[in-house]
Ligand binder design. Sequence first.
Ligand code: PMV
Length: 359
Amino acid sequence: MWQQLHNPLETSFTLTQPVTLVDSLSVKWQAPSNIALVKYWGKHGMQLPANPSISLTLNECKTITSVNVIRGKHGFTVSYGGEEKPEFAPKIEAYFKRIAPYCPWIEQYHFTIDTHNTFPHSSGIASSASSMAALSACMMELESLLTGSEVNMQKASFLARLGSGSACRSLEGKAVVWGTHEGTAGSNDLTGVDQTAILHAVFQDYQDTILLVDKGVKTVSSTVGHGLMDGHAFAKARFSQAHSNLTNLKDALAAGDLETFIKITESEALTLHAMMMTSHPYFILMKPHTLSIIEEIWAFRKETGVPVCFTLDAGANVHMLYPQEYVEQVESLIVNKLVQYCENSHYICDSVGNGAHKC
Ligand code: PMV
């Protein structure tokens, strides 16, 4: 706690500029989802990661959020595509409570929030990263309009983390590190740090095709899963492994070393799920079709030499990662072999994107 309160970076997010309150304002932002390569799994304090992580930012899977504010008693309504969604309220309420010390002006406004995702709502793709990132970018544009300062994207990342940890990696950059890591300048536990500059050309437009194996709601939430890393028998080794994997993966991302990229990325995905399987209580989020797809990807890679690999988030869906030049070969693998494992034959073609944008 002492460290937290006296962290100079955190203090820098406390509003010091004077605010000129106006009667009403409207802003609109979009923010993408991201896919972790080195996984964040385990947290402490106020959404602080147990280990550093790195993700690729997506381009097509995103949330578009508009926020209208009217001066008056603090409160909010939230809708999805124009339809009121009271079930979203508890998460937004908790978010407002957490960000209030850093954005005290929110107490003076009523918020009307409308949001929608470009990916199907029940696709098994978590929308918490893109939605918290889009909402936080909106908050920072409002703050910039009220203070006359620039939109502070680092503070947007800080606020997004308070909503959902991995959301802090969805604001700025094609690849983002979150969490203090020895080999990453500026890395910290409070915000994401843009790593675009280190990326070799092959990763600048890397492809991510998401095979939708199970569109249902997960049986165990990420929040519960993170909690189960407390006292986990392998926690210490896992957290230190994440540091070395991040060091080696960053070297591979810089060198365009696909072999090392594949080794670390796939190992990280399986380690994440191994942590789940060895938690108490233990659980499995992969489905039989997840494993069938992994086997097909390994066989295809062996047979053709095409450097396609997989990663998984906390669910059954499979992200296939590969260089842009192999789009056609991977597409034929999907159509011929993999689509049978997808629920209703659904998959989403995405690629690396740049982060949040004002609409
Ligand atoms: O941000 P959360 O609390 O939804 O956790 C995300 C956890 C993983 O997606 C499994 C890993 C990651 O680093 O994104």
